[in-house]
Design a protein around this ligand. Sequence first.
Ligand code: FAD
Ligand code: FES
Ligand code: FES
Length: 484
Amino acid sequence: MIRFLLGDKEIVLEEINPNISLLEYLREKIFLTGTKEGCASGDCGACTVVTSKLDVDNTSLQYESINACIVPLGSLHGRQIITVEHLQHHESLHNCQRAMAVNHGSQCGFCTPGFVMSLFSYLKNNEIPEREKILEALGGNLCRCTGYKSIIAAAFSMYEDYIGDQFDTSEGTTIKKLAQIKAECTSAFLSENNQQYLMPRDIRELCKLLLTHPEARLVAGGTDLYLEITQGLKKIETLIDILHVPQMNSIYENNGYIVIGAAVSYSAAKATLVDLQPHLTELIERFGSMQIRNRGTLGGNIANASPIADMPPVLIALNANITLMKMDAERTIPLEDFYTGYKKTQLMPQEFIKDIQIPLNTKHLSLRAYKVSKRIDDDISSLCLAISIVREEGLIKEAHIAYGGMAEVPKRAIICEKSMLGKAWSESTIEDAMVCISQDFSPISDFRASAGYRLSVAKNLLKRYFLEENGLDNEKFRVTHYAS
Ligand SMILES: Cc1cc2nc3c(=O)[nH]c(=O)nc-3n(C[C@H](O)[C@H](O)[C@H](O)COP(=O)(O)OP(=O)(O)OC[C@H]3O[C@@H](n4cnc5c(N)ncnc54)[C@H](O)[C@@H]3O)c2cc1C
Ligand code: FES
Ligand code: FES
């Protein structure tokens, strides 16, 4: 069985389609239709709801906005779900609802519940309204009619006269109820007919389940996998949720490496990654949307083996390793050796990614990352470059250059890197290196970009890096979010 709180009411479920998304459950099983369905693929934010979960010490709640359309219902075990229906208190609208109304933030209203829930999540996580952070929080919500100006105004005005809400008043009770579920529920699962959703509580149990269910698919955030269900209309018989496995959910230092568990979300890993490489901030903030970053994991991004995934080029440029595990056997390999072909990896049956290890001795690299996509927010890359060139006394000592979107796998630009070593840090060295990109890669044309576009942008990004490193970082050329 699974147990969760819907608002303040405890729900216990056991026999229900284990592939069901949170959105289908809300709209079709319990008729909470305030949460809307737009795209069913995580792209529009109409289905945004907020979940709260216990922190590690069981002393406070962490609020997160998520896309209900691609979240497996089973993964909400042990959490509180808050939908737009729960915001009104007695006869009064919540501050974020009132602010939307007062600021004329809604016209047809289809996107409004999703925006309201993203605003609610922002309010719960931030003491004061700040424009850039508000834009980040709303980056996963689309509005086709109102225009964003009045919605952003609502984000500021929801703070006026805000002195807390019903969720603050009941926080102690919610913590107690969630802690009780955690303590009492030793095994969580859903099943119906021959389908099941299993949630191992540690890594041993995960290994054993993989042995007894060799056909099972792992699910972490579900932000890739659930598209197979909502868009591909697939039925997956056995899903094994890895989000409750503590060994895959922590970040720590070990033997000169930062180790990030494969099931750590982008939102949870952001501070560590940015501390290691400050220039990564922009790339991480442009990874999907807030809702996607709250669910999507590093392990899922790597295992999905998409040639246009954003994090593999960064991790390859940082010489990261990954640990693969199968029963008692573990092996650690460089990430760049993991990919063997288009959407193919070294993973053997029943093997999984346990963690990602980034060497601490790459801290000096000052890596830059450039994502080229059609939209700034919530878009997948056409191509992506992660680069660092280390100089000593005017000569190039190390070159770390990896691209996504330029081959069937994320890949290091080996010929380009070699061409620079020992050469002077000069425009002519960079121009020679730009020529080598054509030897390293033969990109394809697809609906995101043509081969020619990819090649010339890949080369030009090298030049951009050179200019930025030489202090010609033109802020005015940088694309920002919405015009004010
Ligand atoms: C709207 C939207 C925007 C997106 N934007 C971006 C973007 O900007 N950049 C980008 O790179 N990606 C983006 N993605 C893709 C996706 O969010 C990422 O790839 C994410 O990191 C996947 O992680 P997950 O935990 O959700 O994986 P899941 O969907 O849970 O799993 C993905 C695959 O990996 C397998 N898997 C998961 N964990 C493991 C593990 N530990 N070991 C072995 N196999 C495992 C699963 O079985 C599945 O096949 C976007 C997706 C959506 C829907
Ligand atoms: S319905 Fe569009 S993001 Fe969920
Ligand atoms: S008000 Fe119509 S889509 Fe936003």
